[in-house]
Ligand binder design. Structure first.
Ligand SMILES: [Zn+2]
Length: 100
């Protein structure tokens, strides 16, 4: 028991053995979702805010809640529909086209 504790403490840097697995570290420009109108790549996520009455909030006070909304292009203000994002991700490709 005591031996285990000593070993853990003397371990220099446990983070050194961890490989860097951040999927965003080697992102390619063509992987970015872009605005279909202006090809802008700076997008922001909108939120819809909702009033929560004091009875529903559980804290006894009225609160503000939010629901995640669509992506919006910061350059031209276009709302990116979910269909558009799926198209760019290749989700909706008809499987027949990929047949060898
Ligand atoms: Zn745009």
């Amino acid at each position: 028991m005591v031996d285990n504790l000593t070993e853990l403490k003397s371990n220099p840097e446990p983070s050194q053995t961890k490989p860097t697995t951040n999927p965003l570290s080697n992102i390619k420009e063509e992987d970015l979702i872009e605005c279909p109108s202006c090809s802008g790549k700076l997008l922001t996520q909108a939120h819809m805010y909702t009033k929560i009455s004091a009875i529903m909030s559980g804290t006894g006070k009225p609160e503000i809640g939010y629901i995640p909304g669509p992506l919006i292009c910061l350059s031209c203000g276009k709302i990116l529909e979910e269909e558009e994002i799926k198209k760019q991700m290749g989700v909706d490709k008809p499987s027949g086209l990929i047949m060898p």
